[in-house]
Design a protein around this ligand. Sequence first.
Ligand code: NAD
Ligand code: IPM
Ligand code: MN
Length: 350
Amino acid sequence: MREYKIAVIEGDGIGPEIIREAIKVLDKVGEKEGFKLNYSHYLLGGVAVDKTGDPCPPETIEGALNSDAVLFGAIGGPKWDTLPKEKRPETGLLKIRKELGLFANLRPAVVFDQFVDASPLKPEVVKGVDLLVVRELTGGIYFGQPRGREENQAFNTMRYTREEIERIAHIAFKEAQKRRKKVTSIDKANVLEVSQFWREIVEEVAKNYPDVELEHMYVDNGAMQLVRNPRQFDVILTGNIFGDILSDEASMIVGSIGLLPSASIGGKVGLFEPIHGSAPDIAGKGIANPIATILSAGMMLGYLGEVEGERRIKRAVEKVLAEGHRTPDLGGNLTTQEMGDLIAKAVEEV
Ligand code: NAD
Ligand code: IPM
Ligand code: MN
């Protein structure tokens, strides 16, 4: 039997609720496809601060590095918002991404036909949307130096090196080659020096992929185009902060932030997480949509080479949504657990 070591990080807020459902589904897929996942749990975020004083304890990094993949829920919450930066849950998440070398964050947004009604946008706008945000994840303004605070001012630095831009651009072009062969690089090159450099390097990298069309777009226009005509996009290549914002926006093309998965790759082990956060406003109520996490678990299977397992998860989610089952974020009244149960059952039928 094929076996894999999975480091599980539940995190805070709805993290444990959604991870529970993803594991339920993964185990069902394993039974069907003939593999076994062995889970080890690690702390990250607020819960790690509470238990160890460190939002990203060394055991978590070590555990992740000793696994085949990491499955992650979400971190953060008001309880920890006033802590100094080094103790903030978000700092823990940035640290694990950096330490694992996860410079590429892939965030697909796909609308399938029986689901066009879920979006607040018009069906004719969202029908057929299938885009992938390739977000740079370990550089840009999130990490740039200098950063700091003085008495009456504070500052961050948006900085990208040639190497950082090259490697994320290569990922975007390679993904485009597997899809509709178009890359839209989104930046703010009409204002920012760092974006002008970004554009130059992306142009250079593009020469290696003559079969892929490259266009550039300013981020303000890109935000607008995403809701005006999202079908124009295939692969969106962008930096850390623009990718963060645009992918949350893209989730509403599909219908809910509770639907968008992601894969963070580029280092020794991939980390798989929903794009949303710990949703403190609904945590503990059992109503979070687990689908983003379940689809992230699907992406994890693809990464492990269990491609059939990934397909099975996608088909199961599509089936359950096509049948009209909805959690409250999509206007329904299913609980997190009920949605997880339905998908776990569908896994056996698709
Ligand atoms: P959020 O994504 O947690 O929530 C935004 C809104 O979307 C809320 O109304 C929430 O209820 C809803 N929502 C999110 N996920 C949902 C789901 N699965 N099902 C149904 N509804 C869902 O963003 P926020 O409120 O800005 O941030 C809350 C905390 O999460 C903050 O501490 C933030 O730093 C953290 N955060 C963490 C991650 C992560 O762990 N990767 C990502 C984003 C935000
Ligand atoms: C995300 C989150 C994180 C980010 C925060 C919590 C650090 O918003 O994963 O999208 O900005 O990358
Ligand atoms: Mn985000």
